[in-house]
Design a protein around this ligand. Structure first.
Ligand SMILES: [Zn+2]
Ligand SMILES: [Zn+2]
Length: 355
């Protein structure tokens, strides 16, 4: 058995890109060192962070590592989990998230998609050809909303170096350059656009390293795989990248670094509007989240500018059982117009309208 390159103990891993063997203790040092480098480089100190956890190994390791550095970096951390309502899978993920936060003593906020918005991901997936894309939209939207409304500057996710490189490669491969441009090491907060920033503390770590960290630290996580993720093209890109890493140690890191420099050279500002239903930023009139949740009669929705939002109010009519009505102000409509929203629509969506 190989020995650690730094002490006499037995090695638990050989890391190709450093060319070194690591024992348990030195591996942990290496792991937290990479997270520190990330936090230092991106100036993440004294921040209020909402950690998005799925219950899987990556985000669980991320929260564990972040929590270990909490005092050193003076971070305020709250965890956030979305129960997507996918049979078997979601239950196991939710349980793992609860166990994790309990053992770390971190506050956990859980959002149950079906309970809050009337539709589970399983129901959405039945009608969608691309359930992963809808799921991504839903998770991004809801974590952002939770972070923005809770006053968090950053959302932390469990994406690692391999995920990031694979996503970038996938976008370049399929020519979705706009999506490629939107990625990056860190996304700064844009409070005017109601957008929290995004950080990826495991950005300088590979997937197998995250896995080993989770095992060594006995971190509670769910081994359940999402039934919809099987066969996703990202998996193939990961395989290609790992083959590159075999041939050229440091391949994944170097590719990612170069791709990032491409991004910063040609930073494209997309024009954003505010969704006419929920008031969160979107590139079209109605945001993708509101379209996926599809609880609205879009044709009947009034054309209004974001400036006029604060004057819209909603009221619930008890005798009509959960039916909400939006009352648009007279100034832009000519007269008071009442728009009926089908049952199942949640007042939560209307937070930004309430007067
Ligand atoms: Zn050692
Ligand atoms: Zn919306």
């Amino acid at each position: 058995m190989a020995k650690c390159s730094f002490c006499d103990r037995k090695a638990v891993i050989f890391i190709r890109r450093t060319g070194k063997y690591y024992c348990e203790e030195h591996f942990e040092k290496f792991f937290l060192g990479r997270v520190r480098s990330y936090l230092d480089r991106n100036k993440i100190k004294r921040k209020k962070i909402l950690a998005a956890i799925s219950g899987g190994k990556d985000s669980s390791s991320m929260l564990w590592a972040l929590n270990s550095l909490k005092n050193e970096y003076k971070l305020e951390i709250v965890a956030f989990h979305i129960d997507l309502g996918i049979k078997g899978y979601s239950k196991s993920c939710r349980k793992a998230s609860e166990e994790l936060c309990q053992s770390l003593g971190i506050e956990l906020k859980i959002l149950d998609l079906k309970k809050e918005y009337g539709k589970s991901l399983e129901e959405i997936a039945r009608k969608s050809r691309k359930p992963c894309s809808s799921c991504g939209t839903i998770k991004r939207y809801l974590t952002n909303k939770a972070a923005y409304e809770g006053g968090f500057e950053y959302i932390a996710t469990g994406h690692n170096m391999l995920d990031e490189a694979a996503f970038a490669m996938h976008n370049l491969y399929s020519g979705t350059i706009k999506q490629f441009m939107r990625g990056g090491e860190v996304i700064p907060p844009k409070p005017k656009l109601k957008m929290a920033g995004r950080i990826k503390p495991l950005y300088y770590l590979m997937e197998n390293e995250t896995m080993l960290y989770a095992i060594l630290k006995a971190i509670p996580y769910s081994e359940e795989e999402c039934p919809y993720s099987l066969g996703h093209p990202i998996i193939r890109h990961k395989r290609v990248l790992l083959r590159g890493e075999e041939e050229l140690p440091g391949f994944v890191y170097n590719v990612l670094k170069s791709l990032n420099s491409l991004r910063s050279e040609k930073e494209e500002e997309v024009e954003l509007n505010f969704c006419k239903i929920c008031g969160y930023p979107t590139t079209s009139e109605i945001c993708k989240f509101c379209r996926i949740m599809g609880q609205y009669n879009l044709k009947r929705f009034p054309k209004i500018s974001p400036l006029e939002y604060p004057s819209i109010s909603f009221k619930s009519i008890p005798e009509r059982q959960g039916i909400l009505e939006i009352i648009a102000p007279t100034a832009m409509m000519g007269s008071v117009t009442v728009f009926t929203i089908p049952a199942g629509a949640r007042p939560l969506l209307f937070n930004s309208y309430m007067t």
